[in-house]
Write a protein that binds this ligand. Structure first.
Ligand code: AMP
Length: 143
């Protein structure tokens, strides 16, 4: 299955945050949206980083509650691994496993075009496997 097929179902909406926003504001967004990461964008939705709940936990462990007043730009990961709509979920699983992260923003023609989480990958893979099992069972029943 391709990234395009997953986005066709889940939509292309991505919750973003400005690098100058406070970590407290980012925490509020993560909580309200019930998500695990925010794509950090500059002008024209250009990706400048990614901030996940792990970055926030790490910052809190180092700086204590003061971390909440710091800007997102200080805590985010700057080198973001992205994908495009033609990539397969298999490609993404490899990237997530190698990089030990659970979120991959989708970029098309230099613009943010969606995000795939490990949850999306697992859901789609389970559905694919269930479909394959059903096809095999139908085949056996009618053979
Ligand atoms: P996650 O597992 O996605 O919560 O993120 C774990 C760590 O990887 C955090 O430091 C994130 O900032 C970083 N991270 C998350 N997604 C990506 C990505 N697509 N490219 C690079 N780093 C990422």
């Amino acid at each position: 299955m391709t990234v395009k097929a997953v986005l066709a179902r889940k939509g292309t909406n991505v919750t973003t945050v400005d690098p100058t926003a406070s970590v407290a504001a980012a925490v509020k967004l993560l909580g309200e949206q019930r998500i695990g990461a925010l794509v950090v964008t500059g002008p024209e939705q250009h990706i400048v980083g990614i901030l996940s709940e792990r970055d926030i936990v790490r910052a809190l462990s180092v700086h204590g509650a003061e971390a909440l007043d710091r800007p997102v730009s200080e805590m985010m990961t700057r080198k973001v691994v992205t994908c495009n709509e033609r990539d397969t979920l298999h490609d993404l699983m490899e990237r997530m496993t190698a990089g030990k992260f659970r979120h991959v923003p989708v970029v098309e023609q230099g613009k943010l075009a969606g995000i795939i989480s490990i949850g999306d990958v697992v859901k789609s893979r389970v559905e694919e496997m269930e479909h394959d099992t059903q096809v095999l069972q139908d085949y056996i029943r009618t053979a």
